[in-house]
Write a protein that binds this ligand. Sequence first.
Ligand code: ACO
Length: 426
Amino acid sequence: MTAKIEFDGKQYELPVTVGTENEHGIDISTLRSASGGLITLDRGYKNTGSCESAITFLDGEQGILRYRGYSIEELAENASFLEVAYLLIFGELPSQEKLDKFHQDIKDESNVDEEMKKILDGFPRSAHPMGVVSSLTSALVAFNPSSVDVSSEEDMYKSIVKLLAKFPVLCAWALRKRTGQPLDYGDSSLGYVENILKMMFKKANEDYKINPVVASALNKLLILHADHEQNCSASTVRIVGSSHAGLFVSISAGINALWGPLHGGANQAVIEMLEGIKADGGDTKKYMGKAKDKEDPFRLMGFGHRVYKNFDPRAKIIKKSADDVLGDLGIEDPVLDIAKGLEKEALEDDYFVKRKLYPNVDFYSGIIYRALGIPTEMFTVMFALGRLPGWIAQWREMRLKKEPIGRPRQIYVGENHRPYAEISNR
Ligand code: ACO
C-alpha cells in the first residue's frame, strides 16, 4: 500500500505502514531527500506518528485503552500495579515466580544513598515536589554512574530495577520534607503499593497500619496512569533518551513535562479550580460561562483531551472509584458534588458537546487523592509514580529498536539575511 504526494508538478510515492489495529501511517522518511527539501508541518504533532510501538493501544473515538493488548478495565479490576509495570516494560504478564524475582530485585535496590539527603536539604520546604523529585531523579545518576551507558538488555534491567526501587523513596522524601517528617526508607516486607503508602505517611512515633481500601484505591489509580502512548511526557522521555542520555535523566525530563497544567499538572489544577468555585459560592454556571468565553483564559481543568474525542475510559473507572472510596472511608466531600454538577452541565452544553470535550483522567483523580490524605501539591507526583513504568517501557522500546536521535525540522519564517548594524546605528 502506498500514498502519493504531488508538489510542484512532481509526484512522490510513499509507503504506508499498517498497525495491528489497522491504523494507517504514511511513512514520509524518504520525502525530504527524494524531493530536495520538502517536509511536512504539523504543529503540536497532532497528526504525526513518531514511532511504531507495541506497548499501548488507544482509540480516542471509541474510548479504548489497552496495555500490551489487555483492556484497562480488566487490568484495573484484577491486577497489581507491579504486574502491570512488568507487563508494560517486558511485554507479557509475569508468572508468580517472575513477579517475585522482579519484586525482590526492586527491594534489593531500594536504598537511596545518604548523600542524596544533602541535595534534598538544599531545597526550601515550600519547593514544589515535582521540581524536587525531578532534580533528585537526575541526581541519582551521580550515585549510580553505571546506569548511564546501557547497551545490553542486562544493563537496562539493572537500571530499570534501580529506578523502580528508588523513585518511590524520592517521592516519599519530597512529601516528608514538606510535612516536616523524618525521612524513611520503607518496609521490604510490604507490597510495592503498600510500601509507597507507608513511606509517605508513617509517623515517626507510630506504627503504620495499611488500610486495604486506601491501598486498593491507590493500586487502581497507579494502573490507570501507567501508560498512555506518545503523550507529551512519554515523547519527552523518548526524545531525551534518543540522544543516549540514560534512563534516569530521560525520566527526569519526562517528570518536568508532566508537571505542566495542560498535562499531569491538571490533577492539581482541577482541585484548585473546584475549591475556587466552592469558595466563590459554588456557582458552576458562572465558571461554565468563563470556560466558554474566548476572552477569558479560564479553561475547565480536567476537561478535554488531545486524543479522546468520545470519553476517557480512565475517567469512567475513576469516577466510580471516587464514589466507592469516599463511601468506604465515610468521607463527604462537597468538592465531589461540585465536580459532578460541572460534569453534568458540560455534558449537556453545546460548546462542550460540539468540541467533544469530556472529563479526562484528572477530573476525578484529585478527589480520590484528597480522600486518601495526599496533599494537593503531591497529586502530580502521584501521577508520575503511576506513569514511571510507562516511561520506562517507552524508553526501553526506543533503545532496543535503536531509534535514531529525535530531531524535528522547521519552516523558517524569520528575517532573510541582513548586514550586522553597529550599535550606534540601531
Ligand atoms: N475548557 C474550555 N475549552 C476547552 C477546553 C477546556 N478544558 N479544552 C479545549 N477547549 C476548547 C479550545 O478552546 C478549543 O476551542 P476552539 O476550537 O473554539 O478554539 C477547542 O476546545 C479545542 O481545544 P485545543 O486546545 O485545540 O485541544 P488540544 O487537543 O490542543 O488540547 C488539552 C487538549 C490540552 C487537554 C485541552 O483540552 C485542555 O487544555 N484541557 C484542560 C487541561 C487538562 O485537563 N489537561 C489534562 C489532559 S489529560 C492528561 O494530560 C493526563
